[in-house]
Design a protein around this ligand. Structure first.
Ligand code: KG4
Ligand code: ZN
Length: 330
């Protein structure tokens, strides 16, 4: 059994976790920065980097204390090395390198997207490769065929905005504040999803990809018209996203075939109506649907530690001169 320390700092969550190769989560600590970014209506990279630098070391110490472990007990240190806001990524990666060097332990430079992609396996031992993954977060919207550690076939991606970005922008337009996804979902419960006619970009298109920019512009126009209740706009927007995700997923299954499992990961996977739609799609194709608990869907360090554990088991470690990457497709 190996013990991995995971570090995450690629966006606005600072996190540290200790996870074993036997799927035990000995500690996971997370500090959000909502209050720091809220006045600006979105994440400010410079503020995020400074906050990570202040919080990360105490957070790692707290995780170690909670687990009753020291660096000597750790087998490897896994840190997010991209993609993300580069200042924050550098804070986490440099911290990981320093600990690895000081303790004489291997470093594992983890792709944040790989963290999301493998996270469902941390809580579901029956989830075997290959599986079909919808990865929907603030920065990404992709359909992947996960074939093994480090083996990902990207079947679709967004040509403009990510789904979470569209939720955040809609929240901003409606004056709901940041972060937007959960707030849009909450007021959508009081609205009519058919009240506002909104486009479903690329739906039934022959190409496999997603697009959400046109939907966002339509939300702006509908809001400016003053003709709609925010609840109805939120519900109609959310329904449009559900319809787009469903259509593209059905196309991916049609074009590339089904897998035994359909899996969702990334922050937007916390959305109830999106999960409900995915359950239906899975049922329609006789696939088993797996959604990690919400805390594991949004950014966290347990998923980075787990990706580290999977890489470590496969003999994949990295050199201390690994360079942080703002862009890093899977
Ligand atoms: O995975 P994540 O924590 O960070 C990235 O790697 O991007 O995802 C954050 C995104 C944000 O855009 C947030 O608004 C969205 O996930 N999100 C949601 C919900 N909870 C979080 N979107 C829709 N409904 C939710 N309940
Ligand atoms: Zn993420």
């Amino acid at each position: 059994m190996s013990l991995i320390l995971g570090i995450e700092s690629s966006c606005d969550e600072t996190a540290a976790a200790l996870v074993t190769s036997e799927r035990e989560i000995l500690a996971h600590k997370l500090a959000g920065q909502e209050a720091e970014h809220a006045p600006y209506g979105g994440v400010v990279p410079e503020i995020a980097a400074r906050a990570h630098a202040e919080i990360l070391t105490p957070l790692i110490t707290a995780a170690m204390d909670e687990a009753g472990k020291s660096l000597d007990d750790v087998d490897a240190i896994a840190a997010t090395a991209g993609p993300g806001l580069i200042g924050g990524v550098m804070v986490g990666l440099v911290t990981g390198k320093a600990l690895a060097m000081a303790a004489g332990k291997p470093l594992i430079a983890v792709n944040h997207l790989e963290g999301h992609a493998l996270s469902p396996r941390l809580v579901n031992p029956d989830l075997s490769y290959p599986y079909l993954l919808l990865l929907v977060s603030g920065g990404h919207c992709q359909i992947l065929r996960v074939e093994g550690v480090g083996q990902y076939r990207r079947l679709a991606t967004t040509i403009d905005d990510a789904a979470g970005e569209a939720f955040d922008k809609t929240a901003k337009i409606l004056g709901l504040g940041y972060p937007g996804g959960p707030k849009v979902e909450a007021i959508a419960r009081e609205g009519d999803p058919e009240a506002v006619p909104l486009p479903r970009p690329l739906i039934r298109s022959a190409e496999p990809h997603f697009s959400f920019a046109g939907l966002k512009s339509a939300v702006v126009r509908a809001h400016k018209s003053g003709a709609h209740r925010p609840e109805d706009l939120a519900a109609s927007f959310q329904q449009a996203v559900v319809d787009c995700l469903r259509d593209r997923l059905e196309k991916a299954i049609h074009d590339h075939g089904r897998c035994a499992h359909l899996v969702v990961a990334g922050g937007v996977a916390a959305n109830g109506p999106i999960r409900a739609m995915l359950e239906q799609v899975a049922e329609g194709h006789d696939m088993i649907f797996t959604a990690p608990p919400n805390w594991l869907c949004t950014d966290n360090a347990a998923m980075i530690a787990w990706a580290g554990a999977e890489r470590f088991a496969a003999g994949l470690t990295d050199s201390l001169d690994f360079v942080a990457r703002p862009r890093w497709p899977l």
